[in-house]
Design a protein around this ligand. Structure first.
Ligand SMILES: [Zn+2]
Length: 66
């Protein structure tokens, strides 16, 4: 099974799309809770890391690791 990896500024797809019709979220804060921002309407939500890992579907755009 593929392990989910993500880091700050990555764009991820969730299992459920946002009501605005977009399913691309940018990780804008990492911690015990993860804050993600909808790329469509800029709405942001904070969810516990465990829940995020469960709800995240895949990584869409990996942030530059410079
Ligand atoms: Zn949205």
């Amino acid at each position: 099974m593929e392990k989910k990896q993500f880091q700050l500024n990555d764009i991820v797809e969730m299992k459920k799309q946002h009501p605005c019709g977009t399913n691309a979220w940018k990780i804008i804060r990492m911690g015990a809770d993860i804050r993600i921002k909808c790329e469509g309407c800029q709405h942001s939500v904070m969810i516990p890391r465990k829940e995020f890992e469960k709800k995240m579907k895949k990584l869409l755009v990996q942030a530059d690791a410079e």
